[in-house]
Each structure stands twice: as C-alpha cells, then as structure tokens.
Design a protein around this ligand. Structure first.
Ligand code: BES
Ligand code: MN
Ligand code: ZN
Length: 521
C-alpha cells in the first residue's frame, strides 16, 4: 500500500479524481459553531442535506457508500461518521471504513480530512495509523488470504493488492502536518512489523528467526546489532535465562540493538527490554491445553522492541539514543527442563527458587535488566506479556505500568494518552514483595495468586535498583482473542511517542510528501 499527502480544500475535492472519496462527517449536535471552511461548496451542502434529511446520523464508524453523485470526479463517495470528531472516534471510524474498503477492490482512495475535525495533525496521524491497521493482511502461512489477480474491481479495473491512499487536507505545508505525516508513516511500518512477527506461529518465529529480523534491521547505517547464542550467554552468567531455555531443542538468542541518531554522540540511552518467549507451554508446570496456541504471542514484547527499531530506522530522529535488549527462547518441558524447586543463579548473583516454571518471563527478563546496567541508561523500560493477572486487573484496554520513578511513569502515562495506546499505573509497595520469600534462595519466582501482576513486577524490581525503570505488562493488550485473533502491534505507538517526546529536535530525514510503505517480510 502507498500513502501520500495532498493539499485539497473541500471544494477542490470535487474535481479530484479517484475510485473513492471518503469524507468525514460529524454529528449535527457537535457542529454548534458554524464550519469554518467550504460551507458554500457543493459537497458540503450535499452532506448537510443528507444529514438534515436524517438519512445519516454520523455516529462513529457508520458509513454511507454512494454511487457517483453529481459534480463529483470520484467514482464513489463514502460519507464516514466520526461523532464529535474526538481522536478515538476518528480512529474507530477510519479503522472500520478501511476494513470494509479492503474487500471492495478500489485502488485509489482519497480521504478528505476536514478542518472542523481538529487538531488536523493528530487527525492525520490517527487516520494513517487506522488505515494501515485495517489494511494489514496476514499471509505468511495463509497465502490464500491474498486477493487474487482475477478478482478485478468493476470500479478500478485492477485488484486491490496495490492500494493507494491519499490523505487530503486544506494545508499540508505546516511543520506540524509534515511531522505528523512522517511520524505516522514510520510508526505504521514499526507497528506492522510487530504485528507480523507476533502473528507468525512459533514454528515460523523461533528465537533464531527473531535474531535474523534484528540482523536485518542492523543493515541500517544508524543501527548496530549483536546476536548471542547459548555459549556467550553462559559466559555472561545469565543462569536464570539459561534455565528457561534448557528444556527446549531450539537454541536461545540474546539480541542487542542500538540506534544512535546523528546528534546523539554522547547522550545516555533509553534501554528497551522485550520478553521474547516464542512459545510458552508453561514448562513442567504445564499450561492447560485449551487456548494454548495463543502462547505464540508470548514474544510480543520482543516484537514491540523490533517494531520500535523499524520505526526509528525510517524516521531517523537525530537526538535519540536507544538500546533494545531481547532475551528470546521457548519455554518447553522435556527431560532436561527446569523443575519446580530448582534453584538457579541469576547474572546479578541473586539465587532464585523456581516454584512455578510457568513464571518464566521474569526469569529471562531479570538477566536482561542486569545486563542493561552496562549501557549507563537514562531509563530502562521492559515490555512483557507477563501475567494473566494483569488481564484480570485491566482487561484488554490499558497495559499495566509499574515504575520506581515518578517522572518516567508520568511521561509514559502521557505518551499513552496522546498515542491512544494507553496504560495505567499499578502499585509497587514493598509489602507486596513478602510473597516472594524463599527458604532456599534469595527470592522465589512466584508468590500466591493474589496481586499476581504486582508480585511479578516486584520480582523484576529487585534487578532494576540502579536506574530509572518502568515495566509494561502487555498481557491483555498485545493481542486479540476470538474471531479477531491476532497481534495488535501495541505498545509500539506508546513507546515511539515517549521516545519522540524526549528528543527535542525534528527528525533528521523528513519524509517527502510522497512515501511508499515497504512490506515487512
Ligand atoms: N505468558 C504468560 C502470561 C500470560 C497468560 C499472558 C495469559 C497472556 C495470557 C506467563 O508466562 C505466565 O504463564 N504467567 C503465569 C504466572 C503464574 C505462574 C504466577 C500466569 O499469569 O498464570
Ligand atoms: Mn508462562
Ligand atoms: Zn510467558
């Protein structure tokens, strides 16, 4: 798919040729103040008549597809309700519209973002991300999902494989719009990469595969990559990480990525640590069979880190220095597997009594947190599908946020709100750590069932005392279950928003008005 930007007013849109023109329409109630622009244009008169006649209520997500109305150069017109035009409503509407457009076979689509749906830069960014989200198609192990060359559309005469979307605004020259456009394109590529690798089955997304994804990103001039195997990890003394991998035939990988912008020669890095369990059976503390396939998503933290690096490689922000650390392996039961009661020694020197081999995420993350110290980080953020308890606490809307640093926590909360990739701060009172006491080691890897997401975070905190640290539990937000089963690409949006808010400059390479998106395979 291809996204570009065009200067078009409401009236100019009339003569703009495309297969489909999509116009956003707010509800009448939310149009208390008269519309600023183009109220005299034929198109806006047509739209307001449509609404007054009560054929169309403009609720978010509702749309009306019309055959070539008079005076319109486009072959079809879609009126898309966006309610009051709030950011979340725009996202919901554009997402649902593009999901239906996906199957209609149009090739050239123009989305007209009205002035009244403000702020325009945010509306543009959200629309690009929503369109890209809707148009994503998983085909790696399902080639039949690809639209066939034969199924040609009557409107465009071509198949929908190469869709092109033009985002039309009255002004495309302002710095805010240009920044929003280039950020959205970079972000959509990162999110797409995170989704794609989250979705791939565990036999198509092994630790070795994830290492290769990183090595590919390392071809970029601003990114350095190092991938270690079991021998190097053993030398580093990562006894906790090694113990999780010991029951699997797939060799573990420890991936390091480092992005350094042109003006970030001396800046301390932000370190992102992603949980990369490519399949979580639970190990000897075996999980029940029902729904176990979803444990292929247990590497979504790792995928989000790879996604962030993809976005950084496209956007190239000059002031950022970011390190990504990904411990990745399978959690399997076999004759060599870790057993409940075993005691292992982490890289930090702390011994850990394994009371449940299914609490493996914290066992691979703790050694990565210890390793993070050598980068003298500004902040360390780990991202992990860590606990089912977090899903019980927060559902699928907000990720769990835990932090030993208020400033970092507030910055992440803020980034979540503005990117619509939200999180909610959870407590870290010291009393919660009492559940992790062990008679046979410095710490146990699980407590009792109560406050499971908090005790998991308390475990990690023991390895993060030397720096500002935050932990995002994305167990409820990284993927959807049921009919819409699939990875969401979260929290790439939140992380990029956080990182960009902390780089004072504009991106080194502004994307040109026309940029094409490449596939992530
Ligand atoms: N990967 C799971 C967490 C998970 C469970 C994510 C369900 C999404 C949905 C993690 O490794 C795990 O198994 N956690 C255990 C911890 C328990 C043994 C203390 C859990 O949540 O049940
Ligand atoms: Mn587990
Ligand atoms: Zn897990």
């Amino acid at each position: 798919m291809n996204f570009d930007l065009k200067t078009l007013t409401h009236s100019g849109a009339l003569s703009h040729k495309s297969d489909l023109l999509v116009v956003l329409q707010k509800t009448i109630a939310s149009k208390a103040s008269p519309q600023k622009s183009s109220s005299t244009s034929v198109l806006s008169q047509y739209l307001s008549t449509l609404q007054k006649e009560e054929d169309f209520d403009a609720k978010p997500g509702k749309n009306l597809l019309l055959l070539k109305p008079e005076h319109l150069a486009a072959k079809r017109l879609m009126v898309l309700g966006v309610g009051e035009g709030k950011p979340a409503q725009i996202r919901k509407s554009v997402l649902s519209a593009f999901k239906s457009i996906k199957s209609l076979g149009y090739k050239e689509i123009t989305l007209l973002l009205e002035e009244s749906v403000a702020p325009l830069d945010q509306a543009l960014k959200l629309s690009i991300l929503a369109a890209s989200d809707a148009l994503y198609l998983y085909t790696k192990t399902k080639p039949s999902a690809k639209p066939s060359k034969e199924s040609k559309s009557k409107v465009s005469g071509t198949s929908a494989t190469d869709l092109s979307v033009t985002f039309a605004l009255p002004d495309t020259k302002s710095a805010a719009i240009k920044t929003a456009f280039s950020q959205a394109l970079a972000l959509s590529e990162g999110i797409e990469l995170a989704k794609e690798w989250g979705n791939r089955p565990a036999n198509h997304a092994t630790p070795t595969h994830l290492g290769n994804v990183a090595l590919n990103l390392g071809k970029h001039p601003d990114i350095k990559v190092n991938v270690m195997g079991p021998k190097e990890v053993e030398k580093l003394g990562m006894g906790s990480f090694l113990s999780v991998a010991q029951g699997s035939a797939e060799p573990l990988r420890f991936i390091t990525l480092e992005y350094r912008g042109a003006r970030a020669k001396t800046a301390a890095p932000t370190v992102l640590v992603g949980k990369g369990i490519t399949f979580d059976t639970g190990g000897i503390s075996l999980k029940p069979g029902a729904g176990m396939d979803e444990m292929k998503f247990d590497m979504c933290g790792a995928a989000s880190v790879l996604g962030v690096f993809k976005s950084l490689s496209v956007l190239r922000p000059a002031d950022l220095h970011v390190v990504g650390l990904i411990p990745t392996c399978e959690n399997m039961p076999d004759g060599l597997a870790l057993k409940p009661g075993d005691v292992v020694t982490s890289m930090s020197g702390q011994t850990i009594e394994i009371l449940n081999t299914d609490a493996e995420g914290r066992l691979i993350l703790c050694d990565a947190l210890t390793y993070a110290k050598r980068f003298k980080p500004k902040a360390v953020i780990d991202i992990a599908t860590l606990t089912g308890a977090c899903v019980i606490a927060l559902g699928h809307l907000r990720s769990g946020l835990f932090s030993n640093n208020d400033e970092l926590a507030h910055a992440l909360e803020k980034a979540g709100e503005s990117s619509l990739d939200t999180c909610w701060r959870m407590p870290l009172d010291d009393e919660y750590a009492e559940a992790l006491k062990s008679n046979f080691a410095d710490v146990a890897n699980v407590g009792d069932r109560s406050a499971g997401s908090v005790t998991a975070a308390k475990f990690l905190q023991r390895f993060a005392n030397d720096f500002a640290w935050a932990h995002l539990d994305i167990a409820g937000t990284a993927w959807n279950s049921g009919a819409a089963k699939g990875s969401t690409g979260r929290p790439v949006g939140l992380l990029m928003e956080y990182l960009l808010n902390h780089s004072q400059n504009t991106p080194k390479s502004q994307a040109s008005a026309k940029a094409s998106k490449s596939a992530s395979q």
